[in-house]
Design a protein around this ligand. Structure first.
Ligand code: MG
Length: 388
């Protein structure tokens, strides 16, 4: 067993958000029918590596936050402090007191849109650093000014806008917070880690991660969080032959014959790959893994499916559901159905209840009926950003 680092998230939701207008703190206002805080939570929870989410709130805000989050699992609600720094410190201490962590992602509640790939980039950067943050180059011209009059221009080449989530080795950021001179303030945790003597890596940020600050930001966020549902279908056939292993649905199944093809010829996984690529409108399995390429000879088809999942993640999509039908006379699929669902769900990194496996015969008609081959068809339902 590979041991995975324990990764937890801390959402800082203690702000009062007065610049955003309205009576409610901005993290409690709704966009697209969900509270901004719930959006921030869902962005983190969508990443399979995050084990637990802790939330720092202002005094007396817990009942409201609980109501807005519904049945989302929260490891702990922590009461924050007057400053952002103090609130994060309280959250880190609560995580330490609970069970600790290897890695913590500290995220602003007021950033409702978090692409899952952003978390992957941060975690990858932490393999060589104690801290990593999303940052974007500055596009606008920058100048100094005083009393309404423009002064010197500022070289923007070395300037970045810093976003969250900010990712840290847990013990190091906790020590940095504990060691911070309380008489100074810091607007983010990367400054605190840097003050503690560690490099913080800059990782490519994302425009969509913008923080909601002003009233007009909410309308823009509505458009940004809108998602669309896409459906794709896939179909595949392989020939049954003697002296072949039968790989089907990612499993090696005992049978007197197996499927022949360039790869392991797992028709079920191939149909799912094509369904996913179809929903993305990104070609088919043959265009990504040409049969003419000797690299894929005998390849295990779970690689193809994992690749299709990566394509979904790259588009910030989610796999909502996969429905597979295997068409064959033999072997019987029933005894393998649950193992197949579990295996496919594992490769797709989705809960097993989002994977359906069905089977049918063709009443001994046609090539499947004559046991000359096995066919499979699949439908994949994806959720993708409406704006992309
Ligand atoms: Mg095939």
């Amino acid at each position: 067993m590979v041991s995975h680092p324990k990764i937890v998230a801390l959402i800082v939701a203690a702000g009062q958000g007065s610049r955003a207008g309205g009576d409610l703190p901005k993290q409690f206002r709704r966009i697209g029918g969900r509270a901004v805080l719930a959006h921030a939570y869902d962005g983190l929870a969508a990443h399979p590596a995050i084990e637990a989410i802790h939330i720092v709130l202002g005094e007396g805000q817990e009942a409201e936050a609980r109501a807005l989050l519904g049945d989302r699992a929260v490891a702990a609600f922590v009461t924050g402090a007057d400053s952002r720094r103090g609130s994060v410190r309280a959250g880190l201490e609560a995580i330490a007191a609970a069970d600790g962590a290897d890695i913590v992602l500290i995220h602003d509640a007021a950033r409702p849109y978090l692409p899952t790939a952003m978390i992957d980039r941060l975690l990858a950067a932490l393999e060589t650093a104690q801290g990593a943050i999303p940052a974007l180059p500055v596009a606008d011209t920058l100048v100094r000014g005083a009393d309404g009059v423009m002064g010197e221009g500022v070289d923007r080449g070395a300037l970045y806008r810093v976003q969250t989530p900010q990712a840290f080795r847990f013990d190091t950021i906790l020590a940095a917070h504990r060691g911070w001179d309380e008489r100074r303030e810091a607007t983010d945790d990367a400054q605190i880690l840097r003050g503690w003597g560690h490099d913080v890596l800059l990782v490519q940020g994302d425009e969509r991660l913008e923080k909601l600050t002003y009233p007009q930001d909410f309308a823009r966020a509505e458009a940004m969080i809108a998602r669309t549902t896409r459906v794709g279908m896939g179909y595949d056939v392989h020939r049954l032959a003697e002296d072949e292993e039968l790989w089907l649905g990612g499993l090696l199944i005992p049978h007197d014959r197996g499927l022949a093809g360039h790869s392991d010829a797992d028709v079920a996984l191939h149909a799912i790959v094509d369904a996913i690529l179809g929903a993305l409108a990104e070609g088919d399995i043959g265009s990504h893994f040409p049969p003419s390429d000797p690299k894929w000879r005998g390849a295990s088809s779970d690689k193809f499916l994992a690749y299709a999942c990566d394509r979904v993640a790259a588009r910030d999509g989610r796999i909502e559901h996969v429905d597979l039908t295997i068409i064959c006379e033999a072997p019987k699929i029933g005894p393998h159905r649950e193992a197949m669902r579990a295996r496919i769900a594992d490769i797709l990194a989705v809960p097993v209840d989002r994977v359906s496996v069905k089977a049918t015969t063709t009443e001994r008609l046609g090539f499947a009926g004559r046991r000359e081959g096995i066919a499979a068809q699949a439908v994949a339902t994806l959720s993708l950003p409406a704006l992309s």
